[in-house]
Ligand binder design. Structure first.
Ligand code: GDP
Length: 405
């Protein structure tokens, strides 16, 4: 049986308080996945997701952009969600188009006011999340304190799957608790060495693994059964239960690292694939037509429905970023804008990479792509198959097109 290719897609957002390290995490993900070949640094203005000079100057991520990268045979469409509170509408829209998110926290500051507001927004949109406690290399970094602040202020059940190896400047790796393996980054190395849990950490790792198992068993019926029978969970049950708890929102897997030092990014990417949903795992999209509510599932053969979530004027042309929810959109197609009630013509379809655009013949349900050639679509427009109209978002005040270099 052929597996549906959508199972290998993750539409991912990175949510964070300004300064927690969202840009650095994004940059390291692109670097680690081989999308860029040079590490961009926030301070020298070379980051690839921050397109706008004003944004670079201010050092905050204002304009969302979507960048595709590949990890372990999966496509991750990274949707950059604006972290600044002034851009709440953009945050809302980007939360709509993603299927899962990584919430980034600062290991010294823990939960900050803005992480709370973005967390609540993600709650409202039912976005499954994993947490990444960043900046473990900083003086005063404390994973336990950060997890306590996540529990107290955001109220999820934290499921901590790693034990840090070393602290602050000496933070060199993590123990992966589900697999009970150590991942250590040598000085200057981008890839971790995997090995047995260091002797000095064995007892602590065993204690934390036990806490993780208990937390999971308490919330997951089939894991509880296995736990009662054997008093310990197999790695497979643990991983499957962690995935279920993440997707239902009944728990939040917590990982840690130092994005700046590129430590912890590979396990973070593995966790994105293991725990966060594919477009097939999320409920069908809902829209309206003539006042009646309709659902569309992520079926490439269904009538097409897509939401435009960002329009950028670039050197390549007017790029309209689309989340395709159902059906297939092809190069040259005539599509119906359900808001303006006008037809539009799809010019080129592009997969946006950090350093280039790959032309595509078509994009199917579940995918995120950019389209060139649409004249009037704006952020919030629904595009659909003529004759099968569906409105995904009520027409609002048009937003200006963002000009980027
Ligand atoms: P954003 O505002 O959330 O996008 O955060 P940035 O990625 O711009 O990071 C904010 C600051 O924290 C920058 O000066 C980064 O260099 C720094 N930073 C990011 N990640 C780390 C980390 O893992 N460790 C340390 N020490 N600093 C970091």
């Amino acid at each position: 049986m052929r597996t549906n290719p959508l199972t290998t897609v993750r539409n991912l957002g990175i949510l964070a308080h300004v300064d927690a390290g969202k840009t650095t995490v994004t940059e390291r993900i692109l670097y680690t996945t081989g999308t860029t070949h040079k590490r961009g640094e926030v301070h020298d203005g070379t980051t690839v997701t921050d397109f706008d000079p004003q944004e670079r100057d201010r050092g905050i991520t204002i304009f969302a952009a979507a960048v595709s990268c590949t990890w372990a045979g999966h496509r991750i469409n990274l949707i950059d969600t604006p972290g600044h509170v002034d851009f709440a509408d953009e945050v809302e829209r980007s939360l709509r188009v993603l299927d899962g998110a990584v919430a980034v926290f600062d290991a010294v500051a823990g939960v900050e006011p803005q992480s709370e507001s973005v967390w609540r927004q993600a709650d409202r949109h039912g976005v499954p999340r994993i947490a990444f406690v960043n900046k473990m290399d900083r003086a005063g970094a404390d994973l336990d304190a950060a997890v306590a602040s996540i529990r107290e202020r955001l109220h999820p059940v934290p499921l901590v799957v790693q034990l840090p190896i070393g602290a602050e400047d000496g933070f060199t790796g993590v123990v992966d608790l589900p697999r009970m393996r150590a991942l250590v980054w040598a000085d200057g190395a981008d890839t971790a060495e995997e090995g047995p849990v260091p002797d000095a950490l064995r007892a602590e790792a065993a204690r934390r693994r036990r806490l993780l198992e208990e937390a999971v068993a308490e919330r997951h019926p089939s894991a509880l059964e296995e736990f009662c029978d054997r008093e310990t969970l197999t790695a497979a049950t643990l991983t499957a239960a962690l995935r279920d708890l993440t997707r239902t929102g009944d728990g939040v897997v917590v990982l840690c690292g130092s994005a700046y030092r590129n430590r912890g990014v590979e396990p973070l990417l593995d966790a994105v694939l293991a725990y966060l949903p594919s477009p097939l795992d999320v409920p069908p999209v809902r829209g309206t037509h003539d006042g009646t509510e309709q659902e569309r599932s992520a079926d490439p053969a269904a009538p097409m429905a897509a939401l435009a979530f960002k329009v950028n004027a670039t050197a390549t042309g007017r790029l309209t970023y689309l989340r395709v929810y159902s059906g297939t959109i092809e190069k040259g197609d005539t599509v119906w804008d359900a808001g303006t009630r006008r037809t539009e013509r799809v010019g080129r379809i592009l997969r946006v990479r950090a350093d280039r655009h790959d032309p595509l013949e078509r994009a199917v349900a579940g995918d995120i792509v950019a389209v060139v050639g649409l004249k009037s679509a704006r952020a919030g427009s629904t595009l659909c198959t003529p004759g099968a109209p569906l409105l995904l978002e009520p027409p609002g005040v048009p937003e200006p097109v963002v000009h980027v270099a």
